[in-house]
Design a protein around this ligand. Structure first.
Ligand SMILES: Cc1cc2nc3c(=O)[nH]c(=O)nc-3n(C[C@H](O)[C@H](O)[C@H](O)COP(=O)(O)OP(=O)(O)OC[C@H]3O[C@@H](n4cnc5c(N)ncnc54)[C@H](O)[C@@H]3O)c2cc1C
Length: 377
């Protein structure tokens, strides 16, 4: 018999739905509680690295995701300024194995919908508009309280409720994600024919200007600046500010600028970092994904690391007879150092850009992380 028969998951993001799919497929009764009233159909693009694509395959959704994404094996560097010279075209390593592209760009809500449909088709019950508000764990199970006022008892609670995780605080893990000093503007825009892979511009008024194709007709563009208080900026002002910041960048940027409008879903977010020290569990409640660690998306590994947590946890729960210390030790052994290394490298990359360090060994750092995440966790 598996270690758990009934599991509750807080959060229907990558980590929560990844765990829900694998546990439901393994015959576990799964209840997912998601605080939002529904999956948002509005969002931006996401860069999916090969180690994440490999997990989508394991979750049984790769073919569907492939059809709705844009895969590529190259990264280009360009210069700011009117000519936008391509200074390097770097073949990207296929970190998920030869059968997956090195990277794929995708519209986030499309991926969220694919994961949700898969989880529900396997029998996981997803309760929208319901938060986990109370947790009491003992030797044999967890009593959880929901925002509906209901209580329920399960064998295990997975806190996959993101950066500001309520489960994390409810089980007494005190940590506040640190802002790293960078903020990002993102916009969803039409893809010009010439954009076939991610291109990055270092320098100019922003630390990074970049874009990533997400489909035949779509892509997302981003500008990373010094973190500023942009709260209260209207949609019209967001379009104006992003347009102004982008004036230093040309090539395809000329095209995006022309197409930027309030329907480009321009949004602004700060980068954060944190890693919860082991253990990530308190009794039979555990945090995974952004609840356990966050990183600036300089290596685009956040969702991949969240899904890796889900895969390793589900695998151990399905293979073990008991939720016991050896199981938790195995989980932490496989996840904590790896996540910490990815977070540290992502932060380092951002810090080098903030310092304006032009001699930083960026290729060596990227190569080290690529080698690390190419191995299964
Ligand atoms: C600007 C930016 C760009 C990024 N770009 C990339 C990228 O290109 N590639 C990449 O791999 N990663 C990227 N990341 C990181 C990535 O978005 C996260 O690492 C990933 O979303 C983490 O998934 P998660 O499931 O742990 O958390 P989330 O995706 O945050 O999901 C948590 C869910 O829990 C719900 N929730 C919150 N509180 C409760 C509660 N109390 N009860 C129930 N539900 C609750 C939330 O509504 C949410 O749906 C980026 C991050 C940022 C900030």
């Amino acid at each position: 018999m598996t270690a758990v028969q009934r599991v509750a998951i807080a959060g229907a993001g990558f980590a929560g739905l990844g765990a829900a799919i694998l546990l439901a497929e393994g015959g576990v009764e799964v209840e997912v509680y998601e605080s939002k009233p529904e999956l948002s159909a509005i969002g931006s693009g996401i860069t999916l690295q090969g180690n994440l694509l490999r997990i989508l395959d394991q979750l049984g959704v790769w073919q569907e995701a492939k059809a709705k994404s844009y895969g590529f094996d190259m990264l280009a560097l360009r210069t700011p300024g009117p000519v936008a010279n391509v200074i390097a075209e770097i073949p990207d390593q296929r970190m998920g194995g030869p059968e997956f592209p090195a990277t794929a760009g995708m519209y986030r809500p499309d991926l969220a919908k694919i994961l949700l449909d898969r989880a529900e088709s396997l029998g996981a019950r997803v309760h929208f508009g319901t938060s986990v508000t109370g947790v009491s764990t003992d030797a044999t199970g967890v009593d959880i309280t929901l925002s509906t006022g209901e209580t329920t008892r399960v064998d295990l609670l997975i806190g996959a409720d993101g950066l500001h995780s309520a489960v994390r605080s409810l089980i007494g893990i005190e940590i506040t994600p640190r802002t790293t000093g960078m903020g990002i503007w993102r916009a969803f825009v039409p893809r010009p024919e010439s954009v076939k892979y991610t291109e990055l511009y270092y320098g100019g008024p922003c630390y990074i200007a970049g874009y990533c194709p997400t489909g035949e007709d779509t892509m997302y563009a981003y500008l990373v600046e010094k973190a500023q208080d942009r709260s209260g900026v209207s949609d019209e002002d967001a379009v104006r500010i992003m347009g102004e910041l982008s004036m230093a960048y040309h090539g395809p940027w000329d095209d995006f600028r022309e197409n930027l409008s309030t329907s480009s879903r321009v949004n602004y977010t700060w980068f954060t970092e944190h890693v919860v020290d082991a253990p990530w569990n308190r009794g039979r409640a555990v945090v995974i994904g952004d609840a356990a660690h966050s990183a600036p998306p300089t290596l685009a590994q956040g969702a991949a690391q969240a899904l890796e947590d889900a895969v390793v946890l589900a695998e151990l729960l399905l293979a073990s007879d008991e939720v016991d210390q050896p199981m938790w030790d195995a989980f932490h052994e496989r996840r904590v150092a790896r996540a910490r290394e990815v977070v540290a490298a992502s932060v380092q990359l951002g810090d080098w850009l903030i310092e304006g360090n032009r001699d930083a060994p960026i290729p060596a750092l990227m190569g080290r992380i690529a080698a690390l995440v190419s191995n299964r966790p």
